[in-house]
Design a protein around this ligand. Sequence first.
Ligand SMILES: [Zn+2]
Length: 335
Amino acid sequence: MYFSNILGQEIPLKIIQNAVKAEKYAHAYLFVGPEGVGKKSTAFAFARLLNCKHRVAIDNKGEKHASGADLALQDINTYDACGECISCKKIEKQIHPDVSFIYPEKKDIRINQMRTLKYQAQFKPMEGSCKVYIIDKARMMNKESANSVLKLLEEPPDRVLIILIAQNKYGILPTIISRCQVIKFNLLSDNLIVRSLREKYKIEEEKALFFSQLSNGSIGKAFSLSQGKTEESKKKADFLIAKIIQGDFISLFSESEKLSFSKDREELEKILSIMMAAYKQKMYKNPNGKYQSILEIILQTKENIKRNINVGIALDEMFLSINRIIEDKEIARII
Ligand SMILES: [Zn+2]
């Protein structure tokens, strides 16, 4: 993964690339932002750039130079990894001895994973110039693991870089956060996701637009949805939308009962996201405020379901509230 492949995260990339250019980077970074927007790819691109044997210089016009030797420092905009050297190749295959990826084993990140990390961190890099530990889903470090990372951050060994990745800062020890440079990643625009799905994955425009709207700004999610089966979920969402318009509550309540018995929460989430995408399209065509309220209701329903509120009741209330809005009756919001 190169920096140039990462979409729509100009500010995080600039911070990192400037740090590399000035050769002044922090011992630890905390990448925060929604799932699927490029945090992990950026972490690997960072690891690759630090360990690349033949770094490529990129000038102010965006052109690549095999080595920066022909450029004055002020003409170098940034650097990127070459992608060809043994180090780049090993990192791509995740077999580089100095770059480790740590993620939760089962429910959490365990102390034995951290002990291995701490043990390895005291030695010099074996092949590269910097040891990089990428800790994914850092919120899932259990108490012992978090304390172990904290100790490492209090006295960081030379040539060791730790990158913690999380959706947000909650649940991470404030003492850890204060020792990290926090870099915030943002959601991507629908346009950017459509472009990426079309260019990188050759998905046709109409489908790309549909998946981008389902993905809520996450390229990772858009791609995984585009590879999975969404036909059935789309049929179900279209059916529900039609029944809401008709005010056919017998069918709707029967559907909510079925959905509440099914344990497939991912499927339910997908159906609700497809409904949101459909109402979003209606909103673009007719931005009169009505659809905004419907979107808020579905979003609230999704959150209620995540908080384990009874699925059947949550869906029944959602159907009733959307129908009221469509029929211009008093707006009742689910709170
Ligand atoms: Zn390289």
